[in-house]
Design a protein around this ligand. Structure first.
Ligand SMILES: [Zn+2]
Length: 422
């Protein structure tokens, strides 16, 4: 096999032929020529093609490609410019790299794949790029690969807020209940944030939405109800959020009891009690031996904390999935009445919130919207954000969410081989 043929095979990039290979220090620099053909406008979705070159650039463009062993590989190519009737004079697009990228598609696809699987330090060290670059690569891969039909025919959607950074930095995410994919996202968590979703959807597609599930804050409901959005849609409250309100009430009662013990001078008991937090908040089936023993002790002691715990568990069990909607309705009403008469202030308050949102909670059950979605999304997003340990922008955080939870098929270079051969 001739060296140039071998170099072409090794590089395995579409639409080019290798003209020279040379070492520049530790870097392997491969000069390539684009095969003859039309020049393409680089703007996303433009598709303008022309045979007429505007001029040829005087310096070659370069991209980093996948490493060859320990050596970084640089692809270099002298490009031409074209005049697009819509976008003006621009450097031509290349088939092996995304517009404005300093990396080949293969390199970016590998980076995006790793970003969904592992942590920041590993990626930065393995690929020898910084984390902000990873974020920008994820944004490009998502812009390029996200299913453009994802906003068509939405019927049941869920809206969630997730925190992407400490100190009140949120993303609003819209999930299609039917495909279980995140289809839209934006920085922020107020009414205007969700308004942007409906603006993008337009009145016709918005009118097709029949149900929207959400947390119990007023912001998202207000946007759904607005004219031109989905005023006729049923608003459902995820049981996940309802259970969370009751669990938070239990935590308030627990903390109060702890403070009373401490104020009473019983430091030892107070210390032990503080450690009981997870025993109370976790599902009893998730407790280990030691935690289960702590729970038994709390039961023997009785008092307000045990009553609060029993109320929380009774509420949680309503949503375990084995009840009809009517049975659940009956139990919710019974629970509201018990909690409101419990003389536990946090539970009296929680019972008011649950009463106010009762119909929306039942609507979620009727439509089969259960804990799994909101809970699952919450834990996936928390995991990927923890691995990322911070982003430079909400767009980068959103890109990683879309790569992991969105309608996008992420393939590694060797998995794309068949497509290329075709
Ligand atoms: Zn164009």
């Amino acid at each position: 096999m001739r060296a140039s043929t071998l170099a072409n095979r090794l590089l395995d990039l579409p639409g080019i032929s290798v003209s020279d290979v040379a070492w520049h220090g530790q870097q392997l620099v491969i000069d390539v020529r684009l095969r003859a053909g039309k020049l393409a406008c680089p703007e996303m979705g433009c598709g303008y093609l022309t045979r007429a070159g505007y001029d040829t650039r005087t310096v070659p463009s370069w991209w980093r490609h996948l490493d060859f062993g320990e050596h970084q590989v640089i692809v270099r190519c002298l490009l031409r410019r074209l005049e697009c009737p819509r976008h003006g004079v621009l450097v031509q697009a290349v088939p092996f790299a995304r517009p404005a990228a300093r990396f080949t598609r293969d390199f970016e696809d590998v980076t995006a794949f790793l970003a969904t699987k592992t942590d920041k330090t590993t990626i930065a060290r393995f690929l020898r790029i910084d984390w902000d670059t990873v974020g920008r690569i994820c944004e490009r891969v998502v812009a390029d690969g996200l299913d453009p039909g994802r906003l068509e025919e939405l019927v049941h959607v869920g809206v969630d807020e997730v925190s992407w950074k400490k100190r009140h930095n949120y993303l609003t995410l819209v999930t299609d209940h039917d495909t279980k994919k995140v289809v839209w996202g934006k920085a922020g968590k107020d009414t205007a944030t969700l308004d942007a979703f409906f603006d993008e959807l337009g009145p016709e597609r918005s009118a097709g939405i029949e149900a929207v599930s959400m947390d119990m804050g007023p912001a998202y409901a207000k946007s759904v109800r607005a004219d031109g959005h989905a005023p006729g849609a049923v608003i459902c409250y995820d049981p996940f959020h309802a259970v969370k309100i009751v669990t938070d009430a239990l935590d308030v009662e627990r903390r109060k009891a702890w403070n009373e013990l401490r104020a009473g001078g019983d430091a030892e008991a107070a210390k032990k009690f503080k450690g009981a937090r997870w025993c109370l908040l976790k599902n009893p089936t998730d407790l280990d031996e030691r935690q289960a023993a702590v729970l038994r002790k709390l039961k023997r002691r009785g008092g307000d904390v045990w009553r609060a715990y029993s109320l929380k568990e009774a509420f949680r069990k309503i949503f375990s999935g084995d009840l009809t909607v009517d049975q659940a309705a009956e139990l919710i009403d019974r629970w509201i009445s018990c909690a409101s008469r419990s003389r536990l202030p946090a539970f009296v308050k929680a019972s008011k919130t649950i009463r106010k949102h009762r119909d929306g909670i039942l609507a979620a059950l009727r439509l089969g919207i259960n804990n799994a979605r909101a809970e699952g999304l919450n834990s996936v997003v928390r995991l990927i954000f923890r691995r990322a340990r911070g982003f430079h922008s909400p767009e980068a955080a959103l890109a990683l969410v879309m790569l992991t939870c969105g309608p996008i098929t992420l393939q590694l270079p060797h998995e794309q081989h068949n497509i290329r051969a075709g």
